[in-house]
Design a protein around this ligand. Structure first.
Ligand code: SAM
Length: 262
């Protein structure tokens, strides 16, 4: 837009396709007493649409150069904070705001996709849903099913926390400047039927260890754990120790961790 010099290092590809913007806001049911967090409003393409909800809105933007595009959006329900989102103390910012449900809606800066999702997930806040524009490849990975090549440790860990849906594909030509990769919008909703692991840290470690050596089976990747216990849980799923991590469903990982925690 105008003479603005986009910073590639900050993932500054601005969304210009109105249909995509409409589809993003149609994917959530935000009410006036809810709160939306937008990460990286840029020149406000998505912010303009988010304002249609008349909800509370807080945007975090690292690049102060866009202030002139965003000033018009500020009012008693909309705040723009010029700060690196990764350095924001979310609990502190949210502590003084009254709201019903919390949504995170963002066309993410791709260089910190996973750190942002992790930061929100680890914060002491209850997120109703996140609707996020990510690289298509990442969207496929996060929503992959067991037994497919995209199914990885991050898929299992994220699906434990959220119901993950890949909503729709977005061509790279929907952005200005046009990036190298295509995108997709994903929705992470608060889990409806959440499984519970006794020891979350052990769950994270075991899932990461399971996928450590891609070509190795569970017997090799998990040899530092009690393999008798793991074998017995796997047999409930008609699996054995020769299985590879990408074939094991979330429920089975949860059962393994809970049996190991006994
Ligand atoms: N929301 C706008 C849109 O849809 O056109 C811009 C999206 S653009 C893909 C990503 C935005 O995130 C940029 O405005 C960039 O400056 C901002 N950004 C990059 N790193 C950030 C960070 N660490 N914290 C907050 N904003 C960041």
């Amino acid at each position: 837009m105008g003479d603005f010099k986009h910073k590639h290092s900050l993932g500054q590809n601005f969304l210009k396709d109105k249909k995509v913007l409409t589809n993003i806001i149609d994917s959530v049911d935000v009410q006036e007493d809810d709160l939306i967090i937008e990460i990286g409003p840029g020149q406000g393409a998505l912010t303009r649409y988010l304002k249609l909800f008349h909800a509370n809105l807080i945007c975090f933007e690292i690049d102060i150069r866009v202030k002139k595009y965003l000033d018009n959006f500020v009012d008693d329900k909309t705040k723009i904070i010029y700060q690196d989102f990764m350095k924001v103390d979310l609990d502190k910012v949210l502590k003084d705001i009254k709201y019903n449900k919390l949504y995170v809606i963002s066309n993410l800066p791709y260089y910190i996709t996973t750190p942002i999702i992790e930061k929100v997930s680890n914060a002491n806040v209850d997120v109703e849903a996140m609707v996020l524009m990510v690289q298509n490849e990442v969207a496929l990975r996060l929503s992959a099913k067991p037994g497919t090549k995209d199914y990885g440790a991050i898929t299992v860990l994220l699906n434990y926390l959220y119901d993950v849906e890949r909503l729709f594909f977005v061509s790279k030509y929907a952005f200005d400047p046009v990036p190298k990769v295509d995108s997709a919008v994903i929705k992470l909703s608060k889990k409806k039927n959440k499984l519970v692991v006794e020891k979350y840290d052990l769950f994270v470690k075991l899932v990461r260890d399971s996928f450590r050596m891609k070509r190795k089976n569970i017997r090799n990747n998990l040899k530092m754990y009690n393999l008798d216990v793991i074998k017995s849980v796997l047999s409930d799923y008609n699996l054995d120790l020769s299985v590879r991590a990408e074939e094991i469903p979330l429920e089975c990982y949860v059962d393994i961790v809970n049996e190991l925690s006994k």
